[in-house]
Design a protein around this ligand. Structure first.
Ligand code: COA
Length: 472
């Protein structure tokens, strides 16, 4: 009996110390009686992180899900990544650049997390998973459709174990004809409308380097999770949050759906195709480097373009600075010439106008063009290579590009948290090794007694199957 009491006391203490959940009832109220929390007297940046106290059961892999949970970890969540014993997230071993070390693919998507290995298809593994479900606030997953259910973790089961749990999923498609399909980045870019509207009119559809299908969807999901956590404060219960990659990409392509409706009313006059006299078809065409807004823009060559593939600049002929542009490129008569003086007059001649501006940009480096243009408020964007971005001191200073140390791969560069908050400072810590935190999570987070831990471990639920077993 005494032993039993001791055990449950230890369990409770472990639970308490590990969760560190900020209970609403423990937040000091403002004296005015308005029900708001008392304003912190701590200096800015010292009052914890925005999502401190939120614990995530991170059942994600590859890119979309890990992007989401990494963002949440930067914002202060305790993110516990569940990985398959012996294998882990498949990206650990993909695009390997340092033999024997986790790849950059993995390390750059899993900062600030803890890793536990669990075979979810083993009864003892499910015992640990269920304990995690009971103690976490959010389960995030991006398995193929139906995989979570096949493990036995249906919404009903999860909700029964922990009615407050939020279950957040990335899937390729929402409900409909393709809901059972597996999806990767470029599939989503194609199905979400991005590829058909990217590239040059004369060429095939193009995918973009920005991972709008994976990382973009992870970002959407993170917002859904934060909103669900906020709503839980008033409802007291969890909910399902679903972001389909097709939907996420389409949301980022919303200006193209805008144009799809406009095209039925007449030509898209800001597309250079209009100025070139090429008729529009039934669907929004690829627009090359045309700007997606009302201010015409194009990518122009700069000094050195013959040998440097990134010696280019994006130049916007914004109407309010047209006079400054004319002066800069040496065409002062265009300021008053009715053929050039108004945006409407310029529309059919944009190709020729940009060719003239390019004659000027080709006399300067992209950074010289940037200096000259910004001095008179002309918006331009130098085409920065990844090498230039990696070496840019200002990005290092803000923590957008950070150097991280890792025990098996050494120092590497990563992208830090792009969301800067004045009272919730994020630091970037390295990604976990496979199963690095298994013991501490079993003991400190879940409060399992040594005997139970031994039982679970001996069952093989947390370790890779031995070679002979694998072969059998
Ligand atoms: N223990 C035991 N089994 C595990 C496990 C664990 N810890 N973690 C995963 N598994 C199992 C799953 O249960 C599943 O088994 P099942 O098919 O028998 O049910 C299996 O591993 C494979 O999972 P799955 O998600 O199908 O992986 P995949 O490599 O075949 O497919 C994707 C990868 C990304 C295509 C797919 O997960 C997917 O479409 N996800 C949703 C969309 C998405 O996020 N895509 C972008 C990824 S960046």
């Amino acid at each position: 009996m005494a032993k039993k009491q001791k055990k449950s006391k230890a369990k409770a203490a472990a639970k308490k110390s590990a969760r560190k959940v900020v209970k609403l009832s423990s937040v000091k109220k403002d004296k005015s009686g308005n029900g708001l929390p008392k304003m912190s007297s701590k200096p800015y940046g010292r009052a914890g992180k925005a999502l401190t106290g939120v614990r995530i059961l991170d059942f994600t892999h590859v890119q979309s899900g890990p992007t989401c949970t990494q963002l949440l970890a930067w914002l202060g969540c305790d993110v516990i990544k569940v990985e398959r014993p012996g294998v882990g997230d498949i990206t650990r071993g993909q695009l390997v650049d340092v033999k024997g070390a986790d790849s950059l693919y993995f390390t750059m998507l899993n900062h600030n997390k803890r890793s536990i290995t669990i075979d979810s298809k083993h009864p003892q593994g499910m015992r640990v998973l269920e304990a995690l479900v009971k103690t976490c606030d959010v389960l995030v997953e991006n398995f193929a459709p139906g995989a979570l259910d096949r493990m036995g973790l249906t919404w009903e089961r999860i909700h029964k174990l922990n009615p407050r749990m939020i279950v957040a999923s990335v899937k390729g498609f929402g409900p409909g004809p393709y809901e059972d399909c597996k999806v990767y980045e470029n599939v989503a870019q194609c199905a979400g409308g991005s590829a058909s509207t990217t590239g040059f009119r004369e060429g095939p559809p193009l995918v973009t380097g920005a991972q709008i299908g994976d990382s973009g969807t992870g970002l959407h999901l993170a917002l859904g999770i934060v909103a669900a956590l906020y709503q839980r404060n008033s409802t007291g219960r969890g909910q399902k949050v679903l972001t389909a990659m097709q939907d996420g990409v389409l949301n980022l392509c919303r200006v193209k759906l805008r144009d799809q409706q406009r095209i039925t009313k007449g030509p898209l006059t800001e597309y250079s195709q209009y100025g070139e006299g090429v008729p529009f078809g039934a669907a929004v065409p690829r627009a090359g480097n045309d700007s997606g807004g009302g201010q015409p823009g194009w990518i122009l060559k700069c000094k050195g373009w013959e040998t440097d593939p990134d010696a280019y600049i994006y130049f916007i002929t914004q109407a309010p600075v047209w006079l400054a542009i004319c002066d800069l490129i040496g065409e002062p008569t265009w300021k008053t010439d009715p053929e050039y003086a108004t945006p409407r007059a310029r529309l059919p001649k944009l190709k020729a106008i940009f060719a003239r501006i390019e004659q000027w940009t080709m006399t300067k480096t992209k950074f010289e063009v940037m200096d000259a243009c910004n001095a008179v408020d002309i918006p331009v964007g130098p085409i920065l290579s990844m090498k230039e971005i990696a070496e840019e001191p200002s990005l290092r200073k803000t923590g957008t590009v950070v150097e991280v140390d890792h025990p098996t791969r050494g120092k590497y560069l990563s992208v830090g948290n792009p969301i800067k908050m004045s009272d919730s400072i994020s630091e970037v810590t390295r990604s976990p090794l496979l199963g690095e935190h298994t013991d501490e999570i079993l003991k400190d987070v879940l409060g399992f007694a040594a005997k139970d831990i031994a039982e679970i471990k001996n069952s093989g639920a947390l370790s890779a199957p031995k070679k002979e077993e694998k072969a059998a």
